[in-house]
Design a protein around this ligand. Structure first.
Ligand SMILES: [Zn+2]
Length: 264
């Protein structure tokens, strides 16, 4: 995927085996829902590699080499990100920046190993300050070795309480609600623009099913407002977007007319 002069490569760390209960719903009649005949959606655990100038930027760090079970027979299985990076010719030492859209387990899993040592030793780790307060210092759930990694000071942590341009064409913007410090990444070059929305939108079907909330939303009403703002931005004809769990990590945008539809 090229956004103007910037190279954006979707990678998956594994699979999120989701069921309708994740959206607190049943399988709907709506066309375009992601569930198969058994009511299961096989969603990716998405990460993105952005290469521009001398920067090699990883957006989200997957679940890591673990499984995570969720209620209602759902689970996440990680482990593929290192292979995906190697296949792309990128080593851990090449990564200059990791942007975590938020600090849920399936977005920080490869930041630190079992002993809390940094996987990307020379990278800046960018994340929303609100998520640092909630997950690292507060009540949010986090694996112990990841919390230890955040606390032991061996890596350059960059907590943001404002929007921030990481390098020309790559901006981190606040999109709170799913988590307190949730961020999206806007990639822009020339007229072209792409948004990586993290889990602010879990699945494009939420466009036509606006009452479907993510089970993980920390502040559901705020998450609803943020989702609606993102849909509106994705109505722009030069803007495309995708999320960390969009089926096949496909980019798309919102078409308006008789109702709104998602087009890939
Ligand atoms: Zn996620």
């Amino acid at each position: 995927m090229r956004i103007g002069d910037i190279d954006v490569l979707p990678l998956s760390d594994g699979t999120f085996v989701a069921r309708p209960e994740y959206f607190t719903t049943r399988v709907p009649e709506t066309p375009g829902h992601p569930f198969d005949a058994d009511g299961v959606a096989w969603l990716p655990i998405g990460c993105f590699l952005i290469r521009t100038g001398d920067r090699v930027i990883l957006v989200d760090a997957g679940l890591g080499p673990v499984r995570q079970t969720l209620p209602h027979d759902m689970e996440l299985v990680g482990g593929q990100l290192p292979v995906a990076l190697r296949t792309s010719g990128v080593s851990a030492a090449d990564i200059t920046d990791v942007i975590c859209t938020h600090l849920h387990a399936d977005h920080v899993g490869w930041l630190f190993d079992r002993d809390g040592n940094a996987t990307f030793p020379t990278a800046n780790i960018w994340f929303g300050a609100g998520d640092g307060h909630h997950f690292v210092d507060g009540p949010g759930e986090m694996f112990d070795h990841i919390r230890q990694g955040f606390r032991n000071g061996s890596v350059a942590l960059r907590a943001l309480d404002h929007d921030h341009v990481v390098t020309a064409g790559v901006e981190i913007v606040r999109t709170p609600g799913h988590t307190p410090g949730h961020c999206a990444v806007i990639i822009s070059s020339g007229l072209d623009r792409a948004m990586l929305v993290g889990d602010a939108i879990t699945c494009p079907v939420q466009l036509t099913e606006p009452t479907w909330r993510s089970m993980g939303d920390v502040d559901p009403p705020l998450a609803d407002r943020t989702r609606e703002e993102l849909w509106r931005e994705l109505e722009d004809e030069h803007t495309i977007g995708t999320g960390a769990h969009f089926p096949e990590l496909q980019f798309g945008r919102v078409l308006t007319g008789q109702g709104r539809t998602w087009s890939t």
